[in-house]
Ligand binder design. Structure first.
Ligand code: IMP
Ligand code: MG
Length: 194
């Protein structure tokens, strides 16, 4: 995936400007994430039924998707869970979305399937809207959206999530798979760095 060069405007948006200088502060603990995912999985199975094709949007959603996958399994979903990945990128190395969403990699085959698009952060809404559009164009019977974090204040494109983990204020977050310039994905919780 091509990394976008960081733009000067991004450097002034928030402090600190260097991932190496940042001290992430916990926003959502690992325990709270686990509890919430369990409830989300119950909702998802109730609404979509057990036959789900999960489409995690790489790379940020991979940790969330892995835990959600197992939570779905615990909720009796005889999940014929063909995990297919969709790689979309809008941020590059910057802390501000570039506004364009590029799709890289192969488009998953989802003809006639009930698709759950799994995204880490619903921000402007562009990435999720594009993912859902790609799935519908590819013939999905239903395309639903599950997001770990929703930042409603940032929305540019109308794209409501069907299943939301946590609604958070307009803060720059990292951890639990979510990165800043490829850093901090390893944290087991969600933290703020701005
Ligand atoms: P959108 O297309 O503007 O909704 O952006 C969604 C994508 O931006 C997510 O998949 C994330 O990868 C990224 N993103 C949004 N907010 C944050 C954040 O606070 N930290 C890190 N990445 C973010
Ligand atoms: Mg992402």
């Amino acid at each position: 995936m091509t990394e976008m060069p960081r733009q000067p405007s991004d450097l002034t948006r928030t402090a600190p400007t260097d991932p190496d200088q940042a001290t992430p502060q916990t926003l959502i603990s690992a325990e709270d994430i686990a509890t919430r995912l369990d409830a989300m999985a119950a909702d998802i199975v109730r609404e979509l039924g057990p036959d789900i094709t999960m489409i995690p949007v790489l790379k940020g959603a991979f940790v969330f998707a892995a835990d959600l996958l197992r939570a779905l399994g615990r909720h009796g979903a005889k999940v014929r869970l063909r995990v297919q990945f969709l790689q979309l990128a809008s941020y590059g190395a910057a802390k501000e979305s570039s506004g364009t969403v590029t799709q890289t990699g192969t488009l998953p085959e989802v003809e006639g399937e009930t698709v759950l698009v799994v995204e880490d952060v619903l921000d402007s809404g562009r990435t999720a809207a594009r993912a859902l559009e790609l799935m519908r164009d590819a013939g999905a019977r239903r395309a639903a959206l599950a997001v770990l974090l929703d930042k409603p204040e940032r929305r540019v494109v109308d794209c409501p999530a069907d299943f939301t983990g946590f609604t958070i204020p307009d803060r720059f977050v990292v951890g639990y798979g979510i990165d800043w310039a490829e850093r901090f994905r390893e944290l087991d919780h969600v933290a703020v760095v701005d």
